[in-house]
Write a protein that binds this ligand. Structure first.
Ligand SMILES: Cc1cc2nc3c(=O)[nH]c(=O)nc-3n(C[C@H](O)[C@H](O)[C@H](O)COP(=O)(O)OP(=O)(O)OC[C@H]3O[C@@H](n4cnc5c(N)ncnc54)[C@H](O)[C@@H]3O)c2cc1C
Length: 308
């Protein structure tokens, strides 16, 4: 079968696009292995209208359930290649499957930035993590550090302070840049120490991570002893599909879209964190907005084509 829309990614933008598409009676398939996408990593989501206090995992599950109920197909597969052949998109996945679609919406989000320290990969899963929500429970009553100073880092440190004995927050800036509500909450925690104007410059430990070397001494010590470190220093989009499909990107590699979420390539739209839309405000509310707009644009595009 040839779907009306192949939706690449399984985050908020994808489900929103699917929900709108299904209500326009456009057949659609969502590709992605992580139900809910990045928001599934959020310990709590408190800014999504109508659902004042929900875990990221629950929110993702609700999005998926609604999409499926309306008729979306879901393939728990990663898309490895997309080719446009005689006006039809051929979508290939890591399960060696091939799907066909008239249009594509890319909702691939972003990927976590690394510190780029020499032994970073060596300690991954051995005391080093990029997802506090996923791994926090391994650090009950232990000492951990979070690296970063924006929302993700502040929220992670706050969550970890409920579980760990001691939390260091290490940030190179002069003040934390998270949402003031989250920063205030963190400041009130007795087991949190904030180390500003400092960078980790080395990771050390015998078989697993044991200490972080700091760019300048803290309380007279060059090292902080830890059982775990959580790197929360932002993320950036993957260049795979822009390169493969000839999509225009901005200077930070975000896919350029117009106000209908269309890319420069006919038949391909993009929505959510991977785009340069919504004034760079990368949140669930903006991702679902862009996903809805993309589906609406495709509805108009396919209606016009069928009338032509
Ligand atoms: C810790 C944390 C807490 C956050 N808390 C909040 C919050 O409280 N409120 C809020 O509004 N926002 C929050 N955010 C931001 C929010 O998660 C994102 O803005 C939102 O998830 C973006 O949705 P998206 O659909 O564009 O992309 P994503 O949610 O990133 O989903 C993209 C998905 O596509 C998948 N994918 C990528 N490439 C492929 C491929 N080739 N094939 C198949 N699948 C692919 C990825 O694995 C990913 O699962 C938080 C983010 C983090 C990290």
């Amino acid at each position: 079968m040839t779907y009306d829309i192949a939706i690449v990614g399984s985050g908020p933008a994808a489900y929103s696009a699917s929900i709108y598409a299904s209500r326009y009676k456009l057949t659609n398939i969502i590709f992605g292995k992580i139900v809910g996408g990045t928001i599934s990593e959020a310990h709590k989501v408190c800014n999504y209208p109508g659902l004042p206090d929900i875990t990221g995992i629950e929110l993702g599950q609700k999005f998926e359930a609604q999409s499926k109920e309306l008729g979306a197909e879901v393939a728990y597969e990663s898309v490895t290649d997309i080719k446009k052949i005689e006006g039809i998109f051929h979508v290939y996945t890591d399960r060696n499957k091939e799907y066909e679609a008239k249009t594509v919406i890319l909702t691939t989000g972003t990927e976590r930035n690394k510190l780029m320290l020499p032994d970073e990969d060596k300690y991954l899963g051995k005391g080093l993590s990029y997802c506090a929500t996923c791994d926090a429970m391994f650090y009950r009553d232990k000492t951990v550090a979070v690296v970063g100073g924006k929302n993700a880092a502040v929220m992670s440190a706050s969550m970890l302070s409920d579980i760990a004995k001691k939390v260091y927050l290490i940030y190179r800036g002069t003040e934390l840049l998270g949402e003031p509500m989250w920063v205030d909450q963190l400041m009130g925690r007795k087991n949190v120490e904030i180390i500003l104007k400092t960078l980790p410059i080395g990771l050390e430990g015998e078989n697993r991570l044991e200490r972080i070397k700091l760019s300048q001494p803290y309380n007279g010590e060059q090292y902080v002893n830890v059982d775990g470190v959580f790197i929360e220093i932002g993320s950036e989009p993957d260049g795979l599909f822009p390169n493969m499909l000839g999509l225009e990107v901005d200077e930070k590699k975000y896919i350029k879209v117009d106000q209908t979420q269309a890319t420069n390539v006919e038949g391909i739209w993009a929505a959510g964190d991977c785009t340069n839309a919504s004034n760079g405000f990368r949140q669930v509310v903006t991702a679902v907005g862009e996903g809805g707009i993309a589906a609406n644009s495709i509805f108009r595009y396919l209606s016009q084509k069928s009338r032509a």
